[in-house]
Design a protein around this ligand. Structure first.
Ligand code: NZQ
Ligand code: ZN
Length: 385
């Protein structure tokens, strides 16, 4: 196990009816900005629950945060925060709303060009942030219990992650019943996103981190078990509760403490969203199988372990076991209704060339060992056609 520090101050308030408790967590004199997305919270009753829990508070609202939240739009909220001296942000929504709110929290008190917080963090470190909290409505990203966010810039087709310990939510309410209203494809996206988060922190090389490995394997086994069930029984509380807790645990720092991490699938996937607008999880379902096939020699030992412990693959030589583990992973994504090839979304080789060019210009070396060169990104993308 490698050396690590672990810090996670997010208070989780879990269970049916728990939105009612938020007023005990927010100072009575707070000037709150409630942030939300395209309106699902108004249709499913979550908005009303939040407003009635915050009776007596000074509230301003900012709706319209879009999936894959855009810098250009979020800057409008930054202006409102400054104008109205907002001192508490409450994000009510999925990962996009929470991530967007993290950006607002950091950008409002920042002196300088807020885009630098994202693209130039060494020269523009976050030293102050407005306190934020969340009411989660979609199980997927883990943003409710981590300090990271992913922001897109429309004008340049860019999508990057950033973060700061100042951006951990003060608390997050996880009421599984608010996810009953999700469209099936968003539930499936959530299962796949959480699964790939675990893979990015597990499927690297062994460092004798026995407990982290088994936590990771336990989360993946749970997602494989409940994924299809939650599509078939959307209002089953126990299944939704387990999905919610699995996706939170998949990216709150616990399973990544003391182990190498990869994140190449996410980095490549972000470009597919930036260029083609594909849902985040869809990009992961396309890239991961191709990336595992390309990097199977580096990941050999963990792939065999993954095959055995997560999929029960015992028979065959190492190569055969690895092929089977990757095939089973791809079939799992397909069984959740996600397609796993770029051509399934009508994307052609010519269209991905600008992405390959972008990686070549950046000269980034991705993966847990820095062995995924731009040339290998090209192979991964072309093999995902
Ligand atoms: O906008 P509204 O009306 O709320 O509708 C949303 C949106 O259309 C809808 N929705 C959310 N909760 C609902 C609901 N519809 C009905 N009932 C509900 N209860 O679902 C749609 C998708 O929402 P979004 O927030 O975009 O989805 P998700 O939670 O998957 O977030 C995706 C974003 O998170 C980033 C992704 O890159 C992407 O931008 N990620 C953030 C991470 C983090 N902060 O740690 C890690 C992840 O890897 C990921 O990159
Ligand atoms: Zn993700």
């Amino acid at each position: 196990m490698t050396n690590f520090e672990f810090y996670n101050p997010v208070k989780i308030i879990f269970g049916q009816g728990k939105i009612a408790d938020i007023s005990t967590e927010i100072p009575k004199d707070a000037k709150i900005l409630i942030t939300y997305g395209g309106g699902s919270i108004k249709r499913n009753g979550v908005y009303n629950q939040v407003i009635s829990a915050l009776k007596g508070y000074h509230i301003t609202e900012f709706g319209g945060i879009e999936p894959n939240p855009k810098y250009e739009n979020l800057m409008k909220a930054v202006e409102i925060v400054k104008e109205k001296n907002i001192d508490f942000l409450l994000a009510v929504g999925g990962g996009s709303v929470i991530d967007g709110t993290k950006f607002i929290a950091a950008a409002a008190p920042f002196n300088g060009d807020p885009w630098d917080i994202i693209v130039n963090p060494k020269d523009a470190p976050i030293t102050k942030a407005i306190p934020l909290a969340s009411v989660l409505t979609l199980s997927a990203t883990g943003s409710e219990m981590n300090s990271g966010a992913v922001i897109s810039r429309k004008s340049t087709n860019e999508k990057y992650s950033f973060g700061s310990p100042l951006l951990f939510p003060k608390f997050s309410v996880l009421d599984p019943t608010v996810t009953y209203s999700l469209p099936v494809n968003q539930v499936a996206n959530g299962v796949v996103d959480a699964f790939v988060h675990v893979i990015e922190q597990y499927l690297t090389y062994p460092v004798k981190a026995y407990v982290q490995d088994r936590w990771a394997e336990g989360i993946m086994q749970t997602l494989i078990e409940i994924g299809p069930q939650t599509l078939a029984n959307p209002m089953n509380y126990d299944i939704r509760a387990n999905l919610m807790w699995s996706s939170t645990m998949a990216l709150n720092g616990i399973i990544s403490a003391g182990v190498p991490t990869d994140w190449a699938t996410h980095t490549i996937g972000h470009e597919l969203t930036a260029f083609f607008g594909l849902d985040h999880a869809v990009t992961l379902a396309i890239i991961l199988p191709s990336l595992l096939r390309e990097t199977k020699s580096e990941k050999k030992q963990k792939l065999v372990q993954y095959g055995l412990r997560v999929w029960g693959i015992k028979v065959g030589n190492e190569d055969r076991k690895i092929e089977e583990a990757i095939d089973k992973t791809e079939k799992f994504f397909q069984s959740m209704g996600l397609k796993t090839k770029l051509s399934d979304y009508g994307i052609t080789k010519e269209q991905v060339l600008p992405i390959i060019e972008r990686f070549k210009q950046r000269k980034w070396k991705l993966g847990e060992m820095g062995t995924i060169t731009p040339e290998r990104v090209e192979t991964i993308l072309l093999n995902a056609m």
